[in-house]
Design a binder for this molecule. Structure first.
Ligand SMILES: [Zn+2]
Length: 526
């Protein structure tokens, strides 16, 4: 009773402060998602302007600049763009080429394509997943030398859990390459988060790699074509199966047949190359404990987004209000909360606004490989927030990685104090744990979590999330005019610093659970 009264009084006393913080949070979102920021494209002057905004906010919060260049850690990139006027894709049937139109029928995925020419027979290989430990291997016994492999992307065989599926796709991709395939045709899923009409224009965005990336290939097989599912029947015409029958098998996760298709792929890929530099912004809150301060907790959120593209209904700016101005705003407000609080956390906390996330988690990859700490320092955890989606009330905190490490205990303690339930990802098949910046830490053996506003499967809240993905995700519609649940954002900004504090103050170093497939001893995921 008495405790309840105290809690109620505390709630009253902190309510105006929390509301003021929510206003400050929204102020950062509107500043960073403003049209003048031109979508914060990695390497653009506007991204630098956004980075300076974050640096100034870190300074006001009382952080120390912790980059090699003041607040900044410059990251160098190699940039590639598809030169479509000099490129072409066609299906060749009986010697007669049927051209595929860029954007309408197909796109070239530059991330896994080298420049060059291909004219080769085509084999359908199902899901393209190699996971023998789960009784599934689409690559077993296939001869792909000099051929083009066709697979259904975004479809998965039933019965393989999320992390194993991600590993199985990667293993399948490697096997395709090692098997000597000269190309891949990935048939896009008719059920994809982003419908084809919104996905297709993204092919014109520049593709980037770290300049320091010396991995052997400049992008896998010679050509990776992504095919619009609406024209996929053209690929299967004259074969023993229709695309419709194959896709309906895939919808139930059934095993898929493998067979040669009676067409060839003829493609030319031309690429324009250049270079860019873009900054991570790094601020430090030095820990108070003389021993634990050498252990660093990284808080990451990506500042970059997709820049500008072809106009959609007169709008060409990818403002990225939720993706991820919202997460950066939370990073700033968390800095303000923890920077202004006494005592400080026991461990040191690095606030990192990373660049290049939309290009493949590149800024976080560079930071995790060059974490700019004293020689005695060690990075012990990463907490990431990317598009936490305050479009529903924060009754549940969705945690990616809850089953993987004992960081779960910290987040549960903090959430319990705030009266918020903690849930695991209700859509594990989306593999969210490996799809944002936390993965750059995970694959180096560092325990990590990513936090979002949660929802129950099939609930009206889930419906709202699904609609948001269809209508706004990676679209010009992700802007500040969209409906946002300001109370949910306020609650998230209140609980997030508490999670950070729990992690920074815990007595033991964060550890993977022995059962985790991500634990370094288990071989990791790459
Ligand atoms: Zn994104």
């Amino acid at each position: 009773m008495r405790r309840m009264l105290v809690v109620a009084l505390l709630a009253l006393a902190t309510r105006p402060a929390a509301a003021a913080q929510a206003d400050a949070w929204w102020g950062h979102v509107t500043a960073l998602a403003d049209d003048s920021m031109r979508g914060r494209e990695t390497g653009s002057p506007q991204h630098r302007k956004a980075a300076e905004y974050v640096a100034a906010a870190f300074q006001r919060a009382g952080l120390e600049p912790a980059g090699p260049d003041g607040w900044f850690q410059p990251v160098r990139f190699k940039v590639r763009r598809i030169a479509e006027p000099r490129s072409s894709v066609a299906l060749v049937r009986g010697g007669r080429p049927e051209a595929l139109g860029f954007g309408r029928d197909a796109t070239i995925n530059l991330r896994s394509s080298r420049a060059g020419k291909v004219d080769a027979p085509i084999v359908f290989i199902g899901y393209g997943v190699r996971s023998p430990e789960h009784g599934h291997d689409d690559l077993a016994g296939l001869d792909l030398e000099g051929k083009v492999a066709v697979l259904l992307s975004g479809a998965a065989p039933a019965g393989i859990p999320g992390p194993a599926l991600a590993a199985g796709r990667a293993a399948g991709g490697e096997a395709i390459e090692r098997g000597g395939a000269v190309g891949v045709i990935a048939v896009a899923s008719p059920h994809a988060d982003i419908p084809w009409e919104r996905y297709a224009p993204s092919r014109l965005h520049p593709q980037m790699r770290l300049a320091s990336d010396t991995s052997r290939h400049a992008g896998g097989t010679t050509v990776t074509v992504v095919l619009n599912p609406a024209v996929a029947e053209r690929l299967f015409a004259g074969s023993p199966h229709t695309y419709a029958s194959i896709q309906s098998l895939a919808d139930s996760g059934a095993p898929l047949p493998h067979f040669e298709l009676p067409v060839r792929l003829r493609a030319t890929v031309a690429v324009d190359e250049s270079q860019a530099v873009s900054d991570n912004v790094v601020g430090l809150l030095r820990g108070r404990d003389s021993l634990l301060r050498n252990e660093y907790v990284a808080l990451t959120a990506h500042l970059d987004h997709l820049g500008v593209g072809q106009p959609v209904a007169g709008d060409s700016t990818f403002n990225g209000a939720m993706d991820n101005a919202s997460g950066i705003a939370t990073l700033i407000e968390t800095a303000a909360t923890l920077g202004g609080r006494s005592p400080r956390p026991r461990r040191s906390v690095l606030f990192v606004a990373v660049t290049g996330e939309e290009k493949g988690l590149l800024g976080s990859d560079y930071f995790a490989g060059h974490p700019i700490m004293p020689a005695t320092g060690v990075l012990v955890a990463d907490l990431n927030t990317d598009m936490f989606l305050p479009i529903n009330p924060l009754r549940r905190l969705l945690v990616n990685g809850l089953e993987e490490s004992d960081l779960a205990d910290d987040v549960r303690r903090a959430a319990a104090r705030a009266g918020i339930e903690v849930i695991t990802d209700p859509e594990p098949e989306r593999n969210a744990f490996v799809r944002s910046d936390q993965f750059s830490f995970i694959r180096r053996g560092i325990p990590a979590l990513s936090l979002k506003v949660g929802f129950a499967l099939g609930s009206p809240e889930h419906e709202r999330v699904l609609r948001w993905r269809q209508e706004r995700y990676h679209g010009v519609e992700d802007e500040v005019t969209q409906p946002v649940d300001r109370k949910a954002a306020e609650d998230f900004n209140r609980v997030y610093p508490e999670v950070v504090t729990e992690v920074a103050n815990r007595p033991t170093r964060p550890a993977w659970y022995p059962t985790s497939a991500f634990r370094p001893e288990a071989g990791g995921t790459r």
